[in-house]
Design a protein around this ligand. Structure first.
Ligand SMILES: [Zn+2]
Length: 435
């Protein structure tokens, strides 16, 4: 390809990350762009959006006992969008059962990341039983699937995808130039120094975009236990937060997510994926992302962003190559590896969450234990001061103990006070009844 003296490898990791900031200009530094060819979409491997949706429709029709499809439409200011949602439940009549463990998966939020939608299709084929999973015992798979309801958004950004198919291979935003992974309300609109509107335009307001509105509504009504936003640009398993550096501390949900991701990284990737908080693992922040909203507002206990493929050697203008495998062997490898990974999550998710699957992780469920409250409070403060404060870390146990003692003594005092009042009342002489 005549890459010549391109020095992209050290830059590749930080620059090719699709869901975070990826200013195209940065890659130009050492590249002789004029000599580079741009790889076209390989339609021998990839589906066009039209064929993709046709195939999904046909698949759902063939398996209407377990799959159903709805197309949700929304629009404003002359811009319309539609999002296709496929729901899987082994027995369709149990789709609405709240005792089931609920998983919400979104693919293709960024137009240029075609490989993600191919993984969605593979997962749906495996769920339908038309394709099988390499090295997975069918009986154990059946047991896993019995307990689940899975909603798959196979191509969240259809309008953006059409722009890519029309030739703008680097487009990641929606049909009117807004990044759908910056349009959510948690820390919305904040701009980093390397902000590039061609990549990260957050829109005119949180949820200004119909696609994001549809997704928000869907998530709030479905109340998933697991959310996974699937992207490409590198290989990573991210958890919250994207907009700030999360340290694990001892907050249970973060620890739980981290250990599940480490386990998956070990099982399927020989630890080659980056694991950790989106913001913390890469060194810069993404504001207004879907995963931060799912975790903070919808209170999805396991909220992830997976980055499933990236070619760090590709030129920044060669977006199809940068974000997608171009040959059959690597295409098949990504599909096999990641579909297996998703089914591992389907199996391990309910196990790792334990009893929570009998209880909806709803936004309405505002109860937090004292420990969790304190963890959150102290973590916030640590972040506000921009660095870890060891004193707070060391004092955590003591603070908890004092707080418990304080509460206990308050309750005792209240009890004593109240019993004195009622005693006083009963000793008072009863006035004579005027009869
Ligand atoms: Zn992306």
């Amino acid at each position: 390809m005549g890459l010549g003296d391109i020095v992209v490898v050290p830059l590749a990791l930080s620059i090719s990350i699709c869901f975070l900031s990826c200013s195209r200009d940065l890659l130009f530094v050492h590249a002789k762009e004029q000599n580079l060819t741009v790889t076209p979409i390989n339609y021998d491997l990839y589906h066009s959006s039209g064929k993709f949706l046709e195939e999904i429709n046909a698949l759902v029709n063939r398996h209407s006992d377990m799959l159903s499809l709805e197309t949700i439409k929304a629009g404003n200011k002359g811009y319309g969008a539609e999002v296709t949602v496929v729901t899987y439940s082994k027995r369709k009549e149990e789709t609405e059962e709240r005792s089931k463990f609920r998983i919400l998966l979104s693919f293709g939020q960024h137009g240029r990341e075609l490989i993600t939608t191919e993984v969605a299709l593979r997962i749906l084929y495996i769920l339908s039983g038309e394709q099988s999973l390499p090295n997975m015992d069918q009986a154990s798979l059946n047991t896993t699937l019995d307990k689940l309801v899975i909603k798959v958004i196979p191509m969240e950004n259809l309008n953006g995808r059409k722009i890519v198919e029309a030739g703008d291979l680097c487009e990641r935003r929606n049909g009117r130039g807004v990044d759908l992974n910056r349009n959510w309300s948690v820390d919305w609109g904040k701009k980093e120094k390397d902000y590039d509107p061609y990549e990260e335009n957050p829109g005119t307001a949180p949820f200004s975009e119909p696609e994001a509105q549809i997704m928000r509504k869907l998530a709030i009504s479905f109340e998933p236990h697991v959310w996974i936003n699937v992207h490409s640009g590198m290989e990573a398993l991210f958890m919250p937060y994207d907009h700030k550096n999360t340290t694990l501390d001892d907050a249970l949900p973060l620890k739980r997510m981290n250990s599940l991701l480490e386990e998956v990284n070990n099982l399927h990737f020989r630890k080659r994926c980056v694991v950790g908080s989106g913001g913390g693992s890469v060194g810069y922040f993404a504001h207004g992302t879907a995963t931060d909203f799912m975790y903070d507002v919808v209170r999805v206990p396991m909220s992830f962003t997976f980055e499933i493929y990236g070619d760090g050697t590709a030129s920044s203008r060669d977006c199809f190559k940068m974000f997608n495998p171009t040959e059959k062997t690597s295409y098949d490898r990504v599909l096999d590896e990641w579909s297996t990974t998703f089914f591992t999550i389907f199996k391990l998710g309910p196990l790792r969450l334990g009893d929570i699957n009998s209880k909806a992780p709803s936004k309405l469920d505002k109860f937090v234990s004292i420990d969790e409250y304190l963890d959150g409070y102290l973590m916030e403060r640590r972040n506000r001061y921009g660095k870890k404060m060891e004193v707070l870390d060391l004092g955590m146990q003591e603070i908890r103990t004092y707080f418990r003692l304080f509460l206990l003594s308050s309750v005792l005092l209240m009890f004593m006070f109240c019993s004195r009042i009622s005693k006083a009342k009963t000793n008072r002489p009863v006035p004579a009844m005027p009869l």
